[in-house]
Design a protein around this ligand. Structure first.
Ligand SMILES: O=C(O)CCCC[C@@H]1SC[C@@H]2NC(=O)N[C@@H]21
Length: 262
């Protein structure tokens, strides 16, 4: 069954044409790495989007790699100059990107979309999108942001990744990959453009409302391997995850300090 994508788009995304420079590549190591390098070599415009059919060395969080099948999924990066964002508000960029992806997926009726802290997008508890944010800083301010997005669109096979899914698996419908690209890139840019008027607290509340397993008892693993039960209550201003222990004590975690088991 083919999804009538543009009809749905009209509901919430009437202008899905990107008025920015789009660089389309057949093959590259990583769209994030490409943009980082380009940003060093030339004076980039305010907004540039790079999309690759195939990433030879797609990068994920920590030291993970990101794989996707040519033509079935999206791998792209959005470059945006940022003006006057204090370095201690870096997490705003993570939240804005994750919320942009979530909003588009909701508008396309992808079921049970949630954000798994810090920036995995899930549908029905399985991951269908990963985000890799890389910023440049000058003194204490962020000056450029690269939001790298890997979104599983029509892919149905994920070797040895039982917790991966795609828009197609989750909805049973096939999507127009190019239209999804335009919708997501557009929404990410819109969110990033709104930074000067953005209230961090408002976005934090929106992000927390979309958090996977918020206010539910969950099991976590520390880097040393020990497990404990706790409840995700939200995030700190730094972006650290706030977990309430069974005895009521609160603890904050940075990304490498905790793993949610589910
Ligand atoms: O979940 C993760 O670990 C993050 C995955 C991010 C993958 C995207 S694909 C486009 C961009 N280029 C990269 O090398 N990585 C990001």
């Amino acid at each position: 069954m083919t999804f009538l994508f543009l009809d749905t788009l009209k509901k919430g995304y009437s202008t899905n044409i990107l008025h920015v420079k789009i660089i389309k590549l057949n093959a590259i190591d990583s769209t994030n790495t490409y943009l980082k390098q380009l940003n060093k070599e030339v004076l980039l415009e305010d907004e540039v989007v790079v999309c690759a059919k195939h990433q030879r060395a797609g990068r994920g969080q920590r030291t993970a790699m990101w794989y996707s099948k040519v033509g079935e999924s999206l791998t792209f990066s959005v470059f945006k100059r940022v003006y006057s964002l204090p370095a201690d508000q870096q997490f705003l960029l993570v939240m804005l990107t994750a919320l942009a992806v979530k909003d588009v997926l909701n508008s396309l009726e992808v079921p049970a979309v949630a954000i798994k802290w810090p920036n995995d997008i899930l549908s029905r508890s399985k991951k269908l999108c990963g985000v890799l944010i890389e910023n440049t800083l000058q003194q204490a301010a962020i000056t450029t942001c690269i939001s790298g997005i890997g979104l599983n669109v029509n892919q149905t096979g994920f070797d040895n990744l039982p917790m991966a899914t795609s828009m197609r698996i989750s909805t049973g419908k096939k999507f127009d990959v190019e239209a999804v690209f335009h919708a997501v890139a557009n929404e990410v840019l819109n969110r990033l453009r709104s930074i000067p008027e953005t209230d961090f607290q408002v976005i934090k509340q929106e992000y927390e409302a979309a958090l996977f397993r918020k206010n539910k008892v969950s099991t976590f693993q520390r880097p040393c391997g020990t497990h404990f039960n706790g409840i995700i209550t939200g995030i700190a201003a730094s972006g650290a995850l706030l977990v309430e222990h069974e005895n009521g004590a609160m603890e904050q975690f940075q990304m490498k300090e905790i793993k949610l088991l589910y």
